[in-house]
Design a protein. Sequence first.
Length: 299
Amino acid sequence: MWLELQIFGFRALWSPYYFVFVLLLSALYFYITGPGREKGTERPSTFQQVMFYSGMLLLYIVKGSPVDLLGHIMFTAHMTQMAIYYLLFPILVIKGLPLWIWEKVFAAKGIKNVLHLLTRPLISLLLFNGLFSMYHMPVVFDYAKSSDLSHTVITTIILFIAFCMWISVFPPLERLDRLSPILKIGFIFANGVLITPACGLIIFAGAPLYETYSEAGAWMQAMSLCVPADVLNGLASNLSGPNYFTPMPLVEDQQLGGIIMKIAQEVIFGAIIAYIFFSWFNRERDTIDPLPSQVQTES
């Protein structure tokens, strides 16, 4: 498959525009938290820097590398992209920004009330899973793939709500820590339950759901989101759909995509639940008063 993808050219495989965008975000972070930071504020720790720059690397991988192009060819790649983009990338950025940046964000006029509302656990939980499920309804999905504007707006809104949802689990500010550890575990479990119907409908569908992958015209329109127009126009007469690049039938690709999304979600959520539980356990263990030395001696 890799050799076949070469026909789209370097710009489609390794987007230089998205690379510049990610590079600018990284440079902005470096400047704001380094030479340009306000007096009295601390530089981010090494751990925070690793988290943020890892997030930027992950962002380019899912949106600027061949993974993005493959997401327009195979539904399996699309769902892999979604799992990383919405379930992993926001966590790295949240953990990577220092406290004082979050203080400024949540104190900004015009958005602070909206942020405090949307980061409430129940609201963010229902919004994220509702929007994610709606996005994968065939009519919405095909519309999102029909133009750069619709695709950017829809996916950015879901990403923003994903950030709001993860803030409930990894609150950057003490006042946002509204859930106890056991409730955070329940919150993650509820996420897994709510995302299951969307994955189930995709997994058990007996026919192709999305014209983006099954109809030549809709597929070419979707490919225009990541392939330069001059390159795509030159290839249009030779390409009829994703079947040129993969022998996997559309229904099987679709079902595998749903399975991958569910498995990836379970792995990520399972790791987070383990992290929350053991952090909670260690914290509680450290707060237990040791036995008096006299009692220890007598025993």
